[in-house]
Design a binder for this molecule. Structure first.
Ligand code: FES
Length: 160
């Protein structure tokens, strides 16, 4: 059984036009794939600029007494604007403020401040961190992640 394309003489005028049409189709398909692929993938590779968020007032912090604050971090996820909540400890030492992420570096549990022991503890596997974020004991492989901070007037700004 033969199909219409089998009967086209590739060296004839009809074969020439078939090749032109196939070439135009390939060019259109390639262009559409390039544009759609770029529109879908480009936001994923876009570099996110770090931003400074206000985390609270300096005068509300007590010396070496971590205060857990929740930061609302908005980010672009494809074409959607997503708001993540990030809990950080603010630890004041004089006029300096350290910001530590509260997520345990072992398996990602939320840590909490143990006021009596003056340390940060993880309920999941017993990880213990100092107020500077260092691992004191337990399985965490790394200190709590420190974030950049700066003071602007009486406001503490944290870079996320
Ligand atoms: S998740 Fe914190 S010690 Fe395992």
């Amino acid at each position: 059984m033969t199909t219409p394309s089998d009967t086209v003489d590739p060296s004839g005028r009809r074969g020439f036009f078939v090749r032109i049409i196939q070439t135009v189709h390939a060019a259109i398909g390639g262009t559409v794939a390039f544009v759609l692929g770029g529109a879908i993938l480009a936001p994923s590779f876009a570099k996110r600029e770090p931003s400074w968020l206000s985390a609270g007032r300096l005068d509300l912090l007590r010396e070496d007494e971590p205060l857990a604050v929740t930061l609302r971090v908005s980010r672009q996820d494809g074409y959607a604007q997503v708001v993540d909540r990030k809990v950080v400890y603010l630890v004041r030492s004089g006029q300096d403020v350290r910001a530590l992420e509260s997520t345990c570096t072992h398996l990602g549990c939320r840590t909490s401040y143990d006021r009596e022991g003056k340390r940060i503890v993880c309920p999941c596997h017993g990880g213990v961190f100092g107020l500077d974020g260092r691992v004191l004991s337990g399985p965490p492989p790394a200190p709590l992640t420190a974030l950049e901070t700066r003071i602007d007037g009486d406001q503490i700004l944290v870079q996320v």
